[in-house]
Design a binder for this molecule. Structure first.
Ligand code: GLY
Length: 373
């Protein structure tokens, strides 16, 4: 698409988002819910307040506030922040996703408002995440008897630790994050630049015990959303630290993503899944698009290619997989939780909408990045 046509098209999609979002907010307030997915004309959150995706709703509100200046978005972000703050004492249920939950919600609220309560809550979340660090070099995933489990998703939670070092002047948080990123390069990223979802280590010796399937198709396959977490997560680690190895890893993960995506630019759930049944995950594409747009700014010689791949994915979403109606909240369709759980296939998800809007704002030229502020 010529640049001027692309800009006009992006502006048109943004206008549709601006039209639909007030309805999405109204529904969330009416139902008093932090949205996870849409059902029967409303938002639902069957997982409750501790669910890992809940930070994406206030973060989406902050993106809309940045993109439109609308005060109703700030108010809705504050409503969600207050509900989220109440989970910080539910220690036993919190896990590696504290970054998703608090960096882009209360951490961003603090950046925008300097509210000391937001600072306190985000620092508390960072300390809880740091408390999960195994000195062998990784932030453990989940709870219970999974002391040696680590997952690729955690790369996207590291900005909470980088942020905490910046805010406190104490390098410990950043050093833990870097150790985790280095350990992930060593143990997760395969020679062909695909990624494991889960690696189980002996928590005492760091010996690799297993690399189970996780949310992808099969053990040893390549979960598309995990590849997107790696792509964007390493790009963010580079942006926070300037370490060249993280940029190199992000580029390798990106090149593999682009090389393996299906010609319709709507990612399969797993790069290695069979052709049938039709099984897609637009969340993976939206996350990857955001990472690719960061890489376009970091790697000038590949900028056109990375931007064009991101635009192709966002175009496929907006033209073929978006709900612009006022019948039901939520925009992005064909998002999927895991290959194994058929009930999680092809639904709307709050983080699909979040990354879709983040990518659109970037395509419109905004330099705002909630993972960095
Ligand atoms: N963090 C879990 C997922 O990507 O589904």
């Amino acid at each position: 698409m010529p640049e001027s046509a692309a800009d006009a098209w992006i502006g048109g999609v943004w206008d549709k988002v601006v039209l639909k979002m007030p309805y999405c907010v109204k529904k969330a307030r009416e139902l008093d819910v932090i949205p996870y997915t849409a059902k029967d004309g409303g938002w639902i959150n069957p997982h409750g307040p501790v669910w890992w995706t809940n930070g994406f709703w206030p973060a989406l509100m902050r993106l809309m506030e940045i993109g439109t200046g609308g005060a109703q978005y700030a108010r809705e972000a504050e409503r969600a922040d207050e509900a989220m703050a109440r989970i910080l004492d539910r220690f036993e249920e919190l896990h590696h996703d504290l970054g998703f939950q608090f960096k882009i919600s209360s951490g961003v609220s603090y950046a925008l408002t300097k509210n000391p309560v937001s600072l306190h809550n985000t620092l508390l979340a960072a300390n809880l995440l740091a408390g999960r660090f195994n000195p062998n070099g990784f932030v453990r995933a989940w709870n219970g008897d999974r002391a040696g489990w680590s997952i690729i998703d955690t790369m996207m939670n590291l900005p909470l630790l980088y942020w905490a070092s910046r805010e406190t002047g104490d390098p410990r948080f950043r050093l833990m994050a870097q150790r985790h990123a280095d350990h992930t390069i060593k143990h997760f990223i395969r020679p062909d630049a695909s990624s494991h979802h889960i690696v189980i280590f002996d928590p005492e010796t760091d010996e690799v015990l297993d690399t189970p399937r996780g949310q992808g198709y099969a053990p040893g396959s390549s979960w598309t959303r995990g590849q997107a977490w790696a792509l964007y997560g390493f790009a963010l680690s580079y942006l926070w630290t300037g370490k060249a190895g993280y940029l190199d890893t992000a580029r390798r993960c990106a090149d593999r993503f682009i090389e393996r995506i299906t010609p319709d630019w709507i990612p399969n759930i797993d790069f290695e899944q069979p052709q049938e049944p039709y099984a897609k995950d637009n969340c993976a594409g939206a996350i990857a698009a955001c990472g690719l747009l960061e890489l376009a700014g970091l790697v000038p010689e590949r900028a056109d290619e990375y931007r064009s791949a991101a635009l192709n994915m966002i175009k496929a979403m907006a033209d073929h997989c978006a709900d612009w109606s006022m019948d039901e909240p939520g925009i992005l369709k064909l998002c999927t939780g895991s290959y194994e759980d058929r009930s999680s296939w092809h639904i709307k998800m709050v983080y699909g909408d979040y990354f879709f809007v983040e990518a659109l704002l970037k395509l419109k030229g905004s330099s705002a990045n909630l993972w960095l502020i």
